[in-house]
Design a protein around this ligand. Structure first.
Ligand SMILES: [Zn+2]
Length: 599
């Protein structure tokens, strides 16, 4: 997934074939009624087949985001009857689990749930559309989660269509089990659909946005390049049809969410109008996830435990190294050039080095910490690093280490292809960091234990220049005078911009800003994705005006931007780049080993 503003803290201290099952044959048949769009209320009916007399239903406490969100908070009521229509007893076992008695001949369960969470991780019904993360809406029978299921939708607004990667026969959608069902988002609206074929695959592009806000031809052209670059890099296309869901809302937007056969991506219209870079980046990232995390999957995420956290040490790889691949794919697609690529890499190094927690929290610990990211304090730079940020950098350094150790016969590409062949294609899951090490050593024929011990499991400083020398590059550290607004703010995935820290004795504190305040506007613009860039353009001495909500009251505060010393890192050529280093760099920038397959 991609959470655009989760760790980007300002100031710049710091970024199948159709199953031939009929609804009667499925153990569990759902009907989702979209009866009350303006009230955001959905009614769900579950028909359970005959089975044991006592059964339990579970609503997930999490899905998609690695955060417990307790979807049961939105369930207004639940009732049940038997197949003859007589009421049966249903009682809560805990907040997210219900028990049914006397249902040996089957049962019909009904409940009402409020759905108004925007973004690719949420479920939302309103007058404009419905977008459903089904795990947020559908309870599953605990004894038949792995059985086939069907779902249909009723009471759609006139002119709405349905888009989902689930196969269907007429209006009934089918899934081989609950995991597949809830890995398939559903868009119901007057969306615009553009389809294209590339490399033998069929791609559906579902866009729910005002056509005046984006250039459809450009979006599709870039998509072509991204899917071609990614499938050629992996030399694999494990699907016939893949669906891109895009939302370009005018307000705050929520990033991207990966699925096995689709992705849902949301980007603010102002951003899309200005540049397609963020759209390309998040698209390349989420598309690559169809391999890394959906198919090349750590054991610790399986089986999915919908009742509590699945703790994993592997997110530095499953998320962070997906970001590495995102950059390589954009290079191969011609959507980034060398200069842009190195500049983005420099920014990632600056972000990590300027976060004090980089010397106290390892990449594995930050992976475990994902489940704490909903808490404001946890997102402070002295408490946590981002597994996206450090993981992306580790991906690049591991790529260089494999190239060096294998005399450029292998690279990150061979590592992913090895994991795809030895885990994904065999239906196996890898043993977190040990599984990545196993793959890295298999393709490089070298001991890389030192890399994992120092930089993945521990917090040793990464010697950038030792790695970058292989491709004729080095990093310079500059002390720069940067604008300091006197506060840091960050957002949880869909939450408001919250002040998490203040510069002690600084101008923001003197103006009355407090930790915990919600920032609603900066310089007259709604606080959101653009805020960090907006602040980075300000100069020491500039006046800043910020609207905040503090303990329920709205205030407008003004103060002067100060300055602070911080380090900036820039990658550039070594003084004398040798022809060998040049050749290594060319191969590195293509994402390919120089002599793959050579003896
Ligand atoms: Zn991701």
């Amino acid at each position: 997934m991609t959470l655009p503003s989760l760790h980007r803290i300002f100031p710049l201290i710091l970024s199948i074939a159709i199953l031939t099952i009929c609804c009667e044959a499925a153990d569990t048949a759902y009907t989702i009624s979209l009866e009350s769009p303006t009230e955001h209320l959905v009614q769900v009916q579950i028909i359970l087949s005959p089975g044991p007399p006592t059964r339990e239903l579970q609503l997930p406490v999490w899905n998609a985001l690695y955060q417990v969100r307790d979807f049961a908070q939105f369930v207004n009521w639940v009732r049940a009857k038997d197949r003859a229509g007589h009421p049966v007893q249903i009682r809560s076992l805990n907040n997210s689990r219900w028990q049914l008695e006397g249902v040996g001949s089957g049962a019909i369960v009904e409940y009402q749930i409020f759905v108004d969470s925007f973004g690719p991780f949420g479920a939302q019904l309103n007058a404009h559309h419905a977008f459903l993360n089904l795990a947020q809406v559908l309870m599953y029978p605990s004894d038949s989660r792995n059985e086939a299921m069907t779902v249909r939708f009723s009471h759609l607004s006139r002119d709405w269509h349905i888009a989902t990667p689930l196969p269907s026969a007429s209006d009934v959608y089918t899934a081989e089990n609950y995991d597949r069902l809830v890995d398939s988002p559903v868009e119901l609206s007057e969306f615009h659909e553009s389809d294209f074929d590339e490399g033998g695959g069929h791609f559906r592009v579902i866009i729910d946005a005002d056509p005046a806000d984006y250039d459809s031809d450009k979006v599709i052209a870039n998509l072509h390049q991204i899917v071609a670059a990614a499938t050629s890099w992996m030399n694999d296309r494990p699907f016939d049809t893949y669906t891109f869901f895009y939302h370009f809302p005018r307000g705050p937007a929520g990033g991207g969410m990966e699925h096995a056969y689709s992705t849902a991506i949301e980007i603010n219209t102002e951003t899309i109008r200005r540049t397609l870079f963020p759209l390309n980046s998040v698209t390349a990232h989420e598309f690559f996830h169809l391999w890394n995390v959906k198919r090349i999957r750590p054991q610790t995420l399986e089986p999915i435990d919908y009742t509590k956290e699945n703790f994993t040490r592997a997110l530095w790889f499953s998320e962070g190294v997906t970001s590495t691949a995102e950059e390589i794919i954009q290079l191969r697609a011609g959507l980034l050039d060398e200069k842009q690529f190195l500049s983005r890499l420099s920014e990632q190094i600056s972000e990590l080095e300027n976060r004090p927690a980089h010397s106290t929290q390892s990449a594995e610990e930050s992976s475990l910490g994902a489940w704490l990211e909903g808490f404001d304090y946890y997102r402070r730079p002295e408490r946590s690093i981002s597994y996206y940020n450090k993981g992306e950098l580790l991906g690049f350094m591991l790529d260089l280490a494999i190239r060096d150790a294998s005399h450029d016969r292998a690279s990150l590409r061979e590592l992913f292809q090895w994991m795809n062949a030895n885990y994904a294609k065999k239906g196996r899951f890898f043993d977190d960091s040990n599984g990545v090490r196993e793959a890295a050593e298999a393709v490089s024929h070298a001991d890389l234990g030192w890399f994992f011990a120092k930089y993945v499991a521990a917090t040793d400083e990464i010697p950038w220049n030792d790695f970058l020398r292989y491709v004729g590059l080095h990093v310079d550290q500059f002390s720069i005078s940067a604008p300091d607004p006197g506060f840091m703010a960050s957002r949880n995935f869909d939450g408001p911009m919250t002040v998490v820290a203040l510069s002690p004795g600084g101008e923001a504190e003197k103006a009355g800003l407090q930790v915990g305040d919600i920032v609603t506007e900066i310089q007259g613009k709604t606080a959101g994705e653009e805020s960090d860039q907006q602040l980075s353009r300000m100069q020491p001495g500039d006046h800043i005006s910020v609207k905040v909500r503090s303990r329920g009251r709205d205030h407008e505060l003004h103060w002067k931007i100060a300055s602070r010393q911080q380090f900036s890192y820039q990658i550039s050529d070594l003084d004398n780049v040798t022809p060998e280093q040049r050749a290594h760099r060319t191969a590195w920038l293509k994402g390919e080993a120089e002599s793959a397959g050579a003896p």
